[in-house]
Ligand binder design. Structure first.
Ligand SMILES: CC(=O)SCCNC(=O)CCNC(=O)[C@H](O)C(C)(C)COP(=O)(O)OP(=O)(O)OC[C@H]1O[C@@H](n2cnc3c(N)ncnc32)[C@H](O)[C@@H]1OP(=O)(O)O
Ligand SMILES: CC(=O)C(=O)O
Length: 527
């Protein structure tokens, strides 16, 4: 089985994404994860280009990685300068990295327009830089910037740039689709032509995603002979990003049969993707292939039904191979199978032909029609099912609630006060509380009434509150959907309420939240 080496540039090209600003500590944390995961190279930054990268390389001198090679990145020497007098080249050597990648121009247009030098001088810059670095470090990788555009414009010149790098001693020549404008067929043909021109050379691919084909381009380059693939975790990078390693790695390994990383490590892919998303503060799109939350989620009834029989019917790979999991959601597109799947997860065994199941499916569809949205409120859905089968006890009976909002001319903001009257068994509770707003007042008053009987409710915090209009065309009598997210420090759950009255919708979501906590604690034997 042929081996493909993964060259991660999350810390260098990934940090060129708008909105990303990794600290030195962030970079070190990501590097540790990449090392554990098993990528072969990690391009960490450009020493000397900014103080953070300089400090990073100082810190890296004291760190020993298990699997990956730390790479320092920079450019060829400046035009008209001696290579050994170029401070940027000196910084690369001082970084202590044993692998150095330098990018050089391979598009004649760029040499003349962007760098303002001659084509011959550029060839000398490439040759001299690679050769000089190769005298000092173990491995030199040459990134041929804009290679594909250069090849399309002037193939002889683009190839002569690669030849200069190889003559200088480059261990790898990496073909870059810097502007991300190429399509897979072009990348395949051009990479093949390079392989034919330099049969002994080790070739890499570095693709950007401007045409939304960076992953496909990388795969096509491998099929044409490239054996080093550059990319970033989650595809973050300059403009529209770099090729997404979270798709490239499983595609190469699971679909094309290349040896990439140890199969047991592939199971950490989803965790790695979520980790990088957290550290970079860029939310991971739910629909991201392989690693996104919805990558193996089945919503439509027909899909859920088939997946329960054979998962391959609607899954291209087993989610556990990449550390992800199958999910079935409930909505108005559900059939019996979605509900059966969820009931099974809750430990409720029901015959698929049971009339109770049919009634439950009808009830869910009716509620979704009214504006409920159970996909985003799994706790309310669980309560609905368990109530349907008589599995939720009566923790309290509401007698009445009332909310007052008042503002006197002397008040800075309105004052909200709620009273709640309820029974826990035969005991009547009548409480009042103030809050920052009506929902907060209701929440406080309800807890005041219940906490004496159920002290665990003190752990519950409401962490998110969202309101959506369900049927906007109805104007002020439109229904609203309230979604509440709660936590007790150990788990998080979502509940939903729908009504024409925002307070009533909030009350439904609020009481579901507290009842769900009581139910879960009871199921776990905590109360
Ligand atoms: C395709 C890529 O993603 S390559 C990586 C790009 N990444 C970055 O640019 C991030 C880090 N960059 C930086 O911090 C700065 O740009 C530095 C420190 C590298 C350079 O800063 P400055 O010296 O102020 O130059 P500036 O950024 O304005 O311009 C880049 C210079 O590099 C030159 N240059 C561009 N490519 C190359 C190359 N392959 N070899 C040598 N010089 C090059 C340009 O001609 C320009 O020099 P000029 O101003 O004399 O024309
Ligand atoms: C080197 C690099 O980042 C590029 O050409 O895109």
């Amino acid at each position: 089985m042929d081996k493909v080496l993964i060259y991660d540039t999350t810390l260098r090209d990934g940090s060129q994404a708008e909105g990303i600003n990794f600290s030195v500590e962030d970079k070190l944390r990501i590097l540790e994860k990449l090392d554990e995961f098993g990528v072969h190279y990690a391009e960490c930054g450009w020493p000397g280009a900014n103080p953070k990268d300089t400090i990073l390389f100082e810190r890296l001198k004291k760190i020993k990685t298990q699997n990956l090679k730390v790479v320092a990145f920079g450019s060829t020497r400046k035009a008209g300068k001696k290579v050994h007098q170029d401070q940027q080249i000196e910084n690369l050597l001082r970084s202590g990295a044993r692998v150095i990648t330098v990018f050089g121009k391979s598009w004649d247009f760029h040499v003349i327009q962007a760098m303002g030098t001659s084509l011959e001088e550029n060839l000398d810059m490439v040759y001299e830089t690679v050769r000089y670095l190769k005298e000092h470090v173990e491995e030199v990788i040459f990134d041929a910037e804009h290679f594909f555009d250069g090849y399309k414009n002037n193939p002889e010149y683009a190839l002569s740039v690669l030849r200069s790098a190889l003559e200088g001693g480059a261990d790898w020549i990496v073909l870059c689709d810097t502007n991300g404008g190429c399509l897979p067929n072009e990348v395949y043909e051009i990479t093949k032509a390079v392989k034919e021109s330099f049969p002994q050379a080790r070739i890499g691919i570095h693709a950007h995603n401007d045409s939304d084909t960076a992953v496909a381009n990388s795969l096509m380059a491998v099929l044409a002979g490239a054996r080093q693939v550059h990319g970033t975790i989650n595809g973050i990078g300059e403009r529209t990003g770099n090729a997404n390693l979270c798709s490239i790695i499983p595609n190469l390994q699971l679909k094309l049969g290349f040896e990439v990383i140890p199969p047991e490590n592939l199971k950490k892919l989803t965790e790695l993707a979520h980790f990088v998303s957290e550290v970079s503060n860029i939310p991971l799109p739910k629909n991201m292939p392989y690693v996104g939350e919805s990558a193996f989620t089945h919503k439509a009834g027909v899909h859920a039904s088939a997946v329960m029989k054979r998962s391959e019917t609607y899954e291209h790979v087993d989610p556990s191979l990449v550390g992800n999991r199958r999910k079935v959601t409930v909505s108005d597109l559900s059939g019996r199978s979605n509900i059966l799947y969820k009931l099974k997860e809750m430990g409720i065994q029901v015959d698929e032909r049971s009339p109770e199941l049919v009634k439950l499916v009808e009830k869910i569809k009716e509620l979704e029609k009214e504006g409920y949205h159970f996909e985003a409120a799994e706790a309310s859905f669980e309560l609905l099912c368990k109530r349907h089968f008589g599995l939720v006890k009566n923790y309290f009976d509401l007698d009445a609630y009332r909310v007052l909002i008042a503002r006197r001319s002397t008040d800075v903001s309105p004052v909200s006060e709620a009273t709640v009257r309820l029974y826990v068994g035969d005991i009547k509770q009548h409480t009042a509380a103030l809050g920052n707003g009506p929902v907060s007042a209701l929440d406080r008053s309800l807890r005041k009434a219940l906490e004496e009987f159920y002290p665990n409710l003190r752990d519950v915090q409401l962490i998110d509150y969202k309101v959506r209009i369900v049927n906007e065309s109805e104007g002020t009598s439109a229904k609203v959907r309230v979604l509440i997210e709660s936590t007790d420090g150990r788990r998080k759950w979502g509940t939903v309420g729908v009504s024409e009255n925002i307070i009533e919708a909030s009350w439904i979501a609020l009481t579901d939240s507290l009842i769900y906590k009581l139910l879960k604690d009871e199921e776990e034997g905590i109360i």
